[in-house]
Design a protein around this ligand. Structure first.
Ligand code: SME
Length: 155
């Protein structure tokens, strides 16, 4: 399967997970796993906006920093800009927070509900230049679908 085909399968899987379960943590946990093992990324997970800062949510991969200030790191930039931040080489990103020495490139995708960034999907790769327009396109769709969880379930 090429990347697009993998994403189409992934989106179907994510939608099916969301449609069949209302528990917020259960859904984010399975979605992290689903994304992670589709592409064998180094780290895939969520940071959640608790109203004061970003706090680690469900993830797959090595342990990661638990709290990130709104204006720090790649996650902070995605949070403050409410835009996807695609970093081809983490060494070139000023202020990058290195949770793992194996991480070489990173993409962070905001999950937005009613104009507020409630969560971030954060993905790290062990390869430089891992993420392209295709990743941005499909991860944005996944993010939109995830935003429905925030509207429909307790969290
Ligand atoms: N690298 C991120 C921190 C989170 S870890 O990648 C899991 C950042 O700079 O915001």
């Amino acid at each position: 399967m090429n990347k697009t085909e993998k994403y189409i399968n992934l989106i179907n899987q994510v939608n099916s997970l969301i449609d069949n379960e209302t528990d917020f943590i259960a859904n984010l946990s399975n979605i992290a796993s689903s994304i992670h093992f589709t592409f064998n990324f180094h780290w895939t997970g969520f940071y959640l906006n608790n109203g004061k800062e970003l706090v680690l949510g469900p993830f797959q991969g090595p342990i990661a920093c638990t709290r990130i200030k709104y204006n720090k790191g790649v996650c902070g930039k995605a949070f403050t800009s409410a835009q996807i931040i695609n970093v081809p080489d983490v060494n070139e990103f000023k202020g990058h927070i290195a949770c793992s020495e194996h991480s070489k490139s990173e993409i962070v995708v905001p999950v937005i509900v009613d104009n507020i960034v409630l969560a971030l999907i954060d993905i790290d790769s062990e390869n430089y230049n891992c993420f392209d327009d295709t990743d941005e396109h499909y991860l944005a769709i996944i993010s939109k679908n995830i935003s429905k969880i925030f509207k429909t379930t307790e969290h």
